[in-house]
Design a protein around this ligand. Structure first.
Ligand SMILES: [Zn+2]
Length: 401
């Protein structure tokens, strides 16, 4: 009888011990905005093509050992926007399209896991290749019924007290009418060290406890350039992740770092195939930086890579035939953002000749992939809803949701 009781107690305790052992101290949450399954496949095929391989070649995260998928519908629409999807991925609650960090009728503010994790003593970082008050990053610190209230949303950056913000700058940094106090001034007032450009970062690094790191172009520019368009002076997503790790890894307790590849969505809205392929590869390079960190602390690090929704209804195959021809994209030297209307037509025609199709200039209702590696990564295997992902992150970290 005593033996039985002992066995019973051991079976009860064992899972708890396992969780404690697998509890990640460092969590990376990568969100490829608009990155559906086919975006990952396109990037793999393009990676194979540029490396002169016959078939697809895996990218940094596509062969992670754990693979899952998430449904993405919002509280109001079967096709979500980035605000509702970001809210789901940050707070575990469905909201209406257009809303950031509030419930579906905007009557209640929702608390994102970034705040919950921060309260437990972990450092928190938020980064994006687009503006930091754009929908996805905003959902992790902001609360607003409308995603386009950019100035009000940006004010919540300074209030968040999160240790690291990095990326494309601030949309409407002086308000829509350009008359409000600069968010950059407010950040400094509230104790953030604001660093403009990688030259400044490389020269001096950071000294502050709280850092806001962005490019050194005009403040009206609020995204990093596409990978296809940038030159060596431009800040990259990988460099932002590296800087974020430097700031966040100084704490005893560990960190939570959400990092968005925001422009995969934009090039997909433009149905710009080559720019999209290179954007996903660029996202993979940023994740490679997190992987380097993971290799140093494999038992303490968890990396999750997912998307908020699919954009463009991307298809690897067009009309008829059993091949794709990526060579057709070779001539394109810049994104469709920087070329004339007639050149855009040439790019679109080349995409069709490559047998890559797009079914919409908006988002689609397709499920999105989840890739995970490291401590407690097994939680992210299988089919789930996007609202389950933040809950599972808290579960992995042993934090009450
Ligand atoms: Zn979009």
């Amino acid at each position: 009888m005593k033996k039985r009781i002992l066995l019973f107690i051991i079976t009860l305790i064992c899972p708890l011990l396992l969780t404690a052992e697998n509890k990640p101290k460092y969590v990376f949450y990568f969100i490829g905005d608009g990155m559906g399954f086919n975006h990952v496949s396109l990037a793999e095929y393009y990676n194979g093509y540029i490396n002169r391989e016959k078939g697809p070649k895996a990218i940094s995260f596509s062969n992670f050992p754990v693979l899952g998928m998430a449904t993405t519908f919002s509280a109001t629409n079967l096709i979500t926007d980035s605000a509702a999807a970001g809210t789901a991925l940050a707070t575990g609650e469905k909201s209406k399209n257009g809303a950031i960090g509030v419930n579906a009728d905007c009557s209640e503010e929702l608390k994102s896991i970034a705040y919950k994790i921060h309260e437990e003593g972990y450092k928190v970082g938020i980064s994006s290749t687009v503006g930091l008050n754009h929908a996805t990053p905003a959902a992790f610190y902001g609360h607003n019924c409308s995603r386009s209230n950019y100035y009000d949303i940006a004010l919540e950056i300074t209030e968040s007290e999160f240790e690291f913000f990095g990326g494309g700058g601030i949309i409407d940094y002086k308000g829509e009418d350009n008359t409000k106090k600069s968010i950059y001034k407010l950040l400094k007032r509230d104790g953030y060290e604001v660093i403009f450009g990688k030259e400044a970062w490389n020269k001096k690094g950071h000294r502050g406890e709280k850092v806001f790191y962005t490019h050194n172009k005009r403040p009206e520019i609020n995204s990093l350039p596409y990978a296809i368009d940038r030159d060596s002076s431009d800040l990259t997503h990988a460099e932002i992740v590296r800087a974020g790790i430097e700031v966040l890894s100084t704490g005893e307790k560990g960190f939570f770092f959400m990092s968005e590849g925001g422009r995969i969505d934009w090039s997909s809205h433009a149905n710009d195939t080559k720019t999209t392929a290179l954007e996903v590869l660029d996202f993979a390079e940023a994740i490679e930086v997190a992987l380097e960190f993971y290799r140093q602390y494999p038992d303490q690090t968890l990396i999750i890579v997912t998307a908020d929704h699919e954009t463009g209804g991307l298809a690897l195959g067009y009309e008829k035939g059993y091949n794709i021809f990526l060579k057709e994209l070779d001539f394109q030297q810049s994104s469709t953002e920087h070329i004339s209307k007639s050149e855009i037509t040439l790019v679109e025609e080349a995409s069709k000749r490559a047998h890559i199709g797009w079914s919409t200039a908006d988002h689609s209702a397709a499920n999105v992939p989840i890739f995970a590696i490291g401590a407690s990564s097994e939680l992210f295997s299988g089919r789930m809803d996007n609202t389950d992902i933040p809950k599972k992150i808290c579960q992995a970290m042993g934090i009450e949701f």
